[in-house]
Design a protein around this ligand. Structure first.
Ligand SMILES: *[C@@H]1O[C@H](CO)[C@@H](O)[C@H](O)[C@H]1NC(C)=O
Ligand SMILES: *[C@@H]1O[C@H](CO)[C@@H](O)[C@H](O)[C@H]1NC(C)=O
Ligand SMILES: *[C@@H]1O[C@H](CO)[C@@H](O)[C@H](O)[C@H]1NC(C)=O
Ligand SMILES: *[C@@H]1O[C@H](CO)[C@@H](O)[C@H](O)[C@H]1NC(C)=O
Length: 510
């Protein structure tokens, strides 16, 4: 039985949703004449964005972001933020930040991105640290332009999901005790439908979902909901979903935890003795780990947490004090690591700050997003005229979340048959959702190989490997990247996205 000391560490970070207008390069979507006509009508109605291409309704114009403190003056970026109500009766709304594509927004798909946790913010990680065009600088005082931003390829939408994350809120506090994968998918669905009401010019664009970490659950589950509801157009607004892409995704607890153990041993993090003890004691096919297994795995996670960054095992640790938005240096602070706690029987998942080249990015983003002037520019509400206390991850949400889904692989099987394009990518220095587990998961789908395992190149070097399967599934690794691939390997990550969206091959040689 799961002991009270159990700890499966995991704060899984991220989901994206992309919606696209099929670009000339996109071969996956063929528009009907009717769709094309609708688009043309919509395009005619569009107002001009700074690039002279956008087409935004009056309703959405009020969410346009102007004068974001510390934003570089060039290049010009067309962005919007605010709340989308997902449940009127409960007063529940999710916060979003949206960036139009930097060129030809009316031609490009819509991509919706999710971070994971559960409880981590897509605005804080996805937008402001990983793949957005404006990233918080290294002292939290302003923003830097990210030349590898994913809005070069797509209209890029970030949502703080579920309620309880970041600026998203509910007036019905009992909502917060109901959170599970089903709840999250329903709200994310409502979010997207209502967002498209506000930004109707994107309704006909191809739509893609994306995300990382625990969004390995959110993304396929939302894709399935959209896929199912698209069949009932009398009842539901159709969404032009074409596929999804997930990075270091939690997919199947058996493979993913087996992989945590094997990765820790094969990368010289833990001893032979600990490895063999866990191998003997742990049966990862069940959610309720034995006491002995909990104790062993606890030691595995603790070994990481006390010493190195599980999310990027070769990166330096952050030496800043973490709890506050303070930028002072100190000895490595214990409080940098979230305490290990047990929740929901087996599913105690500790969240911790993920790593990258600058492992202190969580603190920079917390400094920036807690500023009154920043919140005001982003149209964040006030409570009793006070600013909102914003955190990159809401740990208590992660602790009370109801973990109820063991594997999303059946969804993969269903959606591949349904014709969706699905890519999984994996930074191969992540110890939390290791590449080993993603390989087991993909292998378990039992698909025929279309294009065998090979290296792919970027800047004349091997950037990773890729294997493609019949039905549109691909697994790509990113060499030397951790859990947050777009942060660790920004140029490679953008190349991957480009290939996913356009169907152009990743480079086969230097
Ligand atoms: C913050 O960093 C920017 C460059 O990233 C620098 O120009 C600025 O002076 C720094 N501010 C402080 C208070 O250190
Ligand atoms: C693991 O647990 C499952 C379910 O109880 C059981 O069928 C299986 O035999 C167990 N495996 C091992 C190696 O004990
Ligand atoms: C950082 O943390 C250490 C240990 O808690 C504390 O002694 C020090 O004052 C902190 N520094 C700042 C600037 O907050
Ligand atoms: C974090 O999530 C918990 C639910 O687990 C909720 O009670 C709390 O209000 C959330 N914190 C914030 C700052 O929204």
């Amino acid at each position: 039985m799961a002991s009270l000391s159990s700890i499966n560490t995991l704060f899984l970070l991220s989901i994206h949703l992309l919606v696209f207008l099929s670009s000339p390069l996109t071969t996956t979507c063929i528009k009907t004449p009717q769709e094309t006509e609708q688009q043309q009508q919509q395009q005619q109605k569009q107002a001009l964005s700074p690039e002279g291409e956008g087409v935004l309704s009056q309703d959405s114009e009020s969410d346009r972001v102007i004068n974001l403190p510390g934003q570089p003056s060039t290049p010009s970026i067309s962005h919007f933020s605010g709340y989308i109500t997902v449940n009127e009766a409960h007063g529940r709304a999710l916060f979003y930040w949206f960036f139009e594509a930097q060129s030809q927004p009316s031609e490009r798909p819509l991509l919706l991105w999710f971070n994971g946790g559960p409880g981590c913010s897509s605005v804080g990680y996805g937008a402001a640290v990983e793949l957005g065009p404006l990233r918080v600088n290294t002292n939290g005082t302003g923003l830097l332009y990210n030349k590898h931003a994913w809005n070069q390829e797509a209209n890029l939408l970030f949502v703080e999901s579920p309620v309880g994350v970041g600026f998203s809120y509910t007036d019905t506090s009992s909502d917060l005790s109901m959170l599970d994968d089903t709840f999250v998918a329903e709200d994310a669905y409502s979010f997207l439908v209502n967002w498209l009401q506000k930004f109707p010019q994107f309704k006909t664009h191809d739509c893609f979902l994306a995300g990382e970490s625990y969004a390995g659950h959110y993304v396929p589950q939302l894709a399935e909901l959209i896929y199912d509801r698209n069949k009932d157009t009398a009842k539901y607004t159709p969404i032009n979903l074409k596929g999804f892409i997930v990075g270091n995704p939690e997919t199947n607890d058996y493979y993913d935890y087996k992989a945590v153990l094997e990765y820790a041993w094969s990368h010289a993090v833990i001893s032979d003795q600990l490895y063999h003890k866990c191998k003997r004691a742990c049966n990862f096919t069940v959610s309720d780990w034995s006491d002995e297994c909990n104790e062993g795995m606890n030691t595995v996670f603790t070994t990481y947490q006390q010493e190195i960054d599980i999310y990027n095992i070769y990166a330096p640790s952050c030496l800043l004090n973490s709890s506050s938005a303070s930028s002072s240096l100190s000895h490595r602070s214990e409080s940098h690591f979230e305490p290990l706690t047990k929740v929901n029987g087996y599913s105690s998942r500790t969240m911790r700050i993920p790593g990258g080249y600058d492992p202190c990015f969580t603190q920079y983003v917390e400094m920036y997003l807690n500023r009154q002037d920043v919140q005001s520019s982003l149209h964040v509400r006030t409570v009793n005229s006070n600013t909102i206390s914003w955190k990159a991850c809401n740990q208590s949400l992660g602790n009370t979340y109801r973990y109820s889904v063991f594997s999303v692989l059946p969804i993969y099987t269903k959606l591949i048959k349904g014709g969706l394009k699905i890519w999984v990518y994996s930074g191969d220095t992540d110890g939390r959702v290791p590449v080993i587990g993603s390989r087991y998961c993909i292998e378990a789908l039992g698909l025929s190989i279309k294009s065998p395992w090979r290296s792919w190149y970027h800047d004349q070097q091997v950037a990773g490997r890729i294997v493609e399967y019949e039905g549109g599934l691909a697994l790509a690794t990113v060499r030397g990247a951790g859990h947050l691939v777009p942060l660790d390997k920004p140029s490679e990550a953008l190349a991957l996205l480009h290939s996913f969206l356009t169907g152009q091959d990743l480079r086969r040689q230097r």
